[in-house]
Design a protein around this ligand. Structure first.
Ligand SMILES: *Cc1c(COP(=O)(O)O)cnc(C)c1O
Length: 378
């Protein structure tokens, strides 16, 4: 009789140096935790209205501008609540009347739902495609926000960011949920107005903050709605967030340790060559993972179009004869964590975080470990 999954021992020389492959929260490098320890007397437990913490917020804002090579006039705005809260912030402070959404998985559907249920907005247009692919938006009269998702974390589909084409008399904003992409995929600010994310994925920090890089057109829209008589809860008011951010503070108290870890990750990325370097690490990991799956007759990249395969979140379908849940159980018993598929997708699948903090050599070690588990299980 073969071993039960949790009894399988993967030989030590096959194991990755770090077993964290979660898609969020994701691997935090030890150096970032060291930065928190180094901040124990100077930043932690000090006022967020005094220079040490305000300078930290300022450093995060300016390092993000450098990392993304933001043109003049852009602002990095931040507040509490993570990307999910930013969807509500955007329904109150960015959508004037009607939005159009590219929906291709769980996360991209959420902003569309937020707009659909907001009593002050008209019905959004939803352009859907099957999971494992992404739709393309086109210009439409009456639309003032186009909502894209750079990387659909539930399916492992990434999309190139482009302004929608076609004809429309309206000037509209392009907003991008970049929660799992920011820092791991490249993009061009000329194609985008609002690029928002939270720091627990490529930035290898903790959750709970939202950050949004905003173009001059987005700043204008924030001002237009901010001076209108639309009711906005203060904690979701983008004008209030913008006013605080330009003073290097948040409207209410932020998690200081989260900012310290984010800042340390930004230093690491910038010191090593910036976004091209960070995205290159994820691209190397992705090439290893997809190449490995294609070479196995029992594994297949879920995203069939190679150009749409994500470099930061890899999804690999397994043959029905191999239970992905058993594979994850065996991996977990050996310290390799969180390779499970997105639950609601309901596929016999492994999902692997390949954010910049994850060593490309560890992704290779993961594939060797999976080979070992599968050969032992069958
Ligand atoms: C993780 C994720 C979110 C949710 O982020 P929170 O900070 O937990 O609200 C939203 N969108 C995408 C694409 C994500 O990957």
């Amino acid at each position: 009789m073969s071993a039960t999954p949790d009894q399988i021992t993967i030989p030590t020389d096959l194991l990755p140096g770090d077993g964290r492959f979660c898609c969020g929260p994701s691997k935090v490098r030890h150096e970032q935790v060291d930065a928190v320890v180094a901040a124990r007397d100077t930043l932690l437990g000090t006022s967020h209205r005094k220079p040490p913490v305000k300078n930290l917020v300022g450093a995060v804002r300016s390092k993000l501008s450098t990392l993304f090579d933001l043109p003049d006039g852009w602002e990095v705005v931040l507040g509490n609540g993570g990307s999910t809260v930013f969807w509500d912030v955007a329904t109150f402070g960015l959508v004037r009347e009607r939005s159009q959404h590219a929906v291709f998985g769980e996360f991209s559907s959420k902003f569309a739902e937020a707009c659909a249920s907001a009593p002050h907005l008209g019905d959004p247009t939803v352009v859907k495609s099957d999971v494992g692919t992404h739709p393309t938006l086109s210009l439409e009269d009456g639309i003032d926000v186009y909502a894209l998702t750079h990387n659909e974390t539930s399916t492992g589909v990434a999309m190139d960011l482009r302004r929608p084409t076609g004809t429309s008399a309206d000037t509209a904003l392009v907003t991008v949920d970049a929660t799992s992409a920011a820092g791991g995929l490249t993009w061009n600010p000329t194609e985008v107005d609002v690029y928002y994310f939270a720091p627990q994925k490529c930035f290898a920090s903790d959750g709970g903050l939202w950050l949004a890089a905003c173009s001059p057109a987005a700043i204008d829209r924030i001002g237009e709605i901010g001076s209108s008589d639309r009711w906005r809860p203060a904690s979701l008011d983008l004008q209030i967030a913008l006013d605080n951010s330009t003073k290097n503070q948040t409207y209410n108290t932020p998690a200081v340790a989260t900012l310290v870890m984010l800042d340390a990750q930004l230093d690491w990325m910038l010191d090593n060559g910036g976004l091209t370097w960070a995205a290159g690490r994820s691209a190397e990991s992705a090439s290893t993972l997809y190449g490995w799956a294609e070479a196995r007759d029992w594994a297949t990249p879920f995203v069939s179009e190679p150009a749409e395969r994500s470099n930061v979140v890899g999804t690999i379908d397994l043959d029905d004869a191999i239970d992905a849940g058993d594979v994850c159980t065996a991996l977990r018993a050996n310290g390799i964590l969180d390779t499970d598929a997105y639950r609601k997708l309901g596929r016999n699948q492994l999902r692997v975080g390949m954010f910049p903090a994850i060593e490309p050599s560890d992704v290779e070690a993961l594939t060797r470990s999976i080979d070992h588990v599968v050969s032992t299980l069958s």
